[in-house]
Design a protein around this ligand. Structure first.
Ligand SMILES: NC(=O)C1=CN([C@@H]2O[C@H](COP(=O)(O)OP(=O)(O)OC[C@H]3O[C@@H](n4cnc5c(N)ncnc54)[C@H](O)[C@@H]3O)[C@@H](O)[C@H]2O)[C@@H](O)CC1
Ligand SMILES: [K+]
Length: 520
């Protein structure tokens, strides 16, 4: 993969961003990063609202507030009616922020002090700017700051006006995408965060904007690298998974092809009463271009529980025992259940299948059985490819913890999973993570329409089909996640969802995405 930082898909933790800031301050101090950030934010605001419209800017006690002052200076020079509300006026500003405050004080800006004036400004403003806290936030927002956050959120919702967050929505953890939480005397947890319509993020993308709660609070994300020289960016092992870096993973097909050119996929699962999950995976594989697709049903009888998939007779139905595990890409788990037969089939797949996707009940069986875990590890020694696709609860089972602990820091969780199992892992959820243990990608497509039964089974089928078409396992996992999410996005844009979108409707849309990408 040709990706080297800085590019608009690179992602950095806040400690790395601090290091970049330090390097820039040493080598290219002028204009200051705060001045550059303020100018970039003013340019964006100018696109969001018309000249002469009022803007209400909230400035916090740190350098995020400094960015806000710089922005205010530019906007007032351009003729906007700028009003600023400062949190914590006795604060000890940094050198840069104090300079910016000085500049703002000498500009034609209205400083709001009283509660009445603030109420009035909230009623009349066309844009709210959140410069309260950035990557320096280190605890939950409480007290007056929390009141302001709630006022901002309520006003923007009631009046349908945009909220532009500077760097990151105040309250969001830039590294994890979680909201800082405070447990008060009543033991009730307080979580307070700005719900932005736009976030202009400075220097580099932060993971917290794209995973966990980030996508719900950041709105549209605009990256401003502030003209920082490429040499100031360290190497990163964290990237976004987006259209720009998945295009090209799936090649245009040669005319001189046959069904053998695109590989065989066999889905192992569909125990009695759970055929649907395996069928959805098989259809997902078929619609994603696999040459031949089998389902091996894991039933207690010797015969397959279904003779045929009536809607897609192309899918060949067998008993799982009749599948040749070494000869096709195997996806095991959807509807597999926990029977002794299921366990035997999983042990066989781990031992024999060079290319394996492990999902659902197969993950749960592995979580409960140390012997199966050893078998997963042995696959690496044999140079076999393996993709594990847990959702947060399955991930928690694999790591002997609970879902909250997985979601607390999803990047840390996926790193533990790749370390423990030495496989490629897709940690599903908002901002799915994909990692091979060396490089981690945060998926940027998808929406809540995917939060319905069966979509995970489809994803498994898509992964398997892409492996069967010869993609490297990490590329298959990345492309599968991207098209799965992009298909849901396209359907929602067309009005099919988010409410009521189902897994079956997703598959034709995935097929369209794959065809677009292979042409692109
Ligand atoms: N350092 C730099 O060179 C640059 C910084 N920039 C901006 O500066 C931001 C980081 O600035 P800072 O490190 O000053 O941090 P912040 O502006 O995020 O705020 C931290 C300040 O708030 C206080 N604080 C933290 N949590 C609090 C809470 N829950 N309630 C009340 N007070 C709390 C801290 O004690 C500190 O004074 C970035 O996000 C970005 O917006 C940009 O100007 C680009 C350059
Ligand atoms: K902010």
């Amino acid at each position: 993969m040709k990706l080297s930082p800085p590019c608009n898909l690179s992602v950095y933790l806040s400690k790395d961003i601090r290091a970049i800031e330090t390097a820039v301050k040493a080598h290219a101090p002028k204009p200051s990063l705060m001045q550059r950030a303020g100018l970039a934010a003013a340019n964006l605001a100018s696109q969001l609202i018309h000249i002469n419209e009022p803007i209400l800017i909230f400035a916090g006690p740190g350098d995020n507030g400094g960015d806000a002052f710089e922005m205010a200076i530019h906007l007032s020079q351009r003729g906007y009616l700028v009003q600023i509300y400062r949190l914590n006026e006795e604060t000890q500003y940094s050198h840069d922020a104090a300079l910016s405050l000085g500049g703002a004080t000498n500009s034609a800006i209205t400083w709001i002090v009283s509660h009445e004036d603030l109420e009035q400004a909230l009623q009349s403003t066309s844009l709210i700017v959140d410069g309260l806290f950035g990557i320096g936030l280190n605890r939950a927002i409480i007290g007056r700051a929390a009141e302001l956050v709630n006022l901002i959120n309520q006003t923007s919702q009631r009046r349908s006006i945009p909220v532009l967050s500077l760097d990151i929505p105040s309250g969001l953890n830039a590294d994890t995408g979680n909201i800082f939480t405070h447990t008060g005397a009543s033991a009730n947890s307080i979580t307070t965060t700005i719900r932005a319509t736009h976030t202009i993020t400075f220097i580099a993308n932060k993971p917290g904007l794209f995973t966990a709660k980030g996508r719900d609070f950041a709105g549209k994300i605009i990256l401003e690298t502030l003209n920082i020289d490429a040499d100031s960016f360290p190497r990163t092992s964290l990237y976004l998974n987006a259209n720009d870096n998945v295009t090209g993973l799936l090649h245009r097909r040669n005319h001189d092809s046959n069904k053998g050119s695109f590989g065989d996929v066999s889905i192992i699962g569909g125990a009695d009463g759970m055929c649907g999950a395996a069928i959805l995976s098989a259809r997902g594989a078929l619609m994603s271009g696999a040459g031949k697709v089998h389902v091996g049903f894991c039933t207690e009888q010797t015969r397959s529980s279904m003779e045929i998939d009536p809607q897609y007779p192309e899918i060949m139905c067998r008993h799982a025992n009749d599948i040749e595990f070494a000869k096709s890409v195997i996806a095991i788990g959807p509807g597999l259940a926990h029977s002794p037969t299921a366990k035997k089939l999983l042990a066989r797949a781990l031992n024999e299948s060079p290319c394996l996707v492990i999902d659902a009940d197969a993950i749960n069986l592995i979580a409960q059985d140390i012997q199966l875990q050893h078998q997963v590890l042995k696959r690496r020694e044999k140079n076999f490819s393996t993709i594990l696709t847990p959702h947060p609860l399955e991930a928690a089972r694999l790591l002997n913890t609970d879902t909250a602990n997985i979601q607390r820091d999803r990047l840390e969780a996926i790193s533990e999973l790749t370390d423990k199992f030495q496989t490629i892992v897709i940690l599903k959820g908002s901002g799915s993570l994909i990692s091979d243990g060396q490089t981690t990608f945060i998926n940027t497509s998808g929406n809540p329409a995917l939060a319905t039964g069966g979509t995970g089974d489809v994803l498994t089928g898509v992964c398997a089909a892409l492996l069967a078409q010869g993609l490297a396992p990490i590329d298959a996992a990345r492309l599968a996640c991207f098209v799965h999410g992009a298909a849901a996005d396209a359907l929602v844009d067309a009005g099919t969802g988010p409410i009521g979108l189902n897994a079956s409707e997703l598959m034709p849309a995935i097929r369209r995405q794959l065809n677009q990408i292979s042409r692109g």
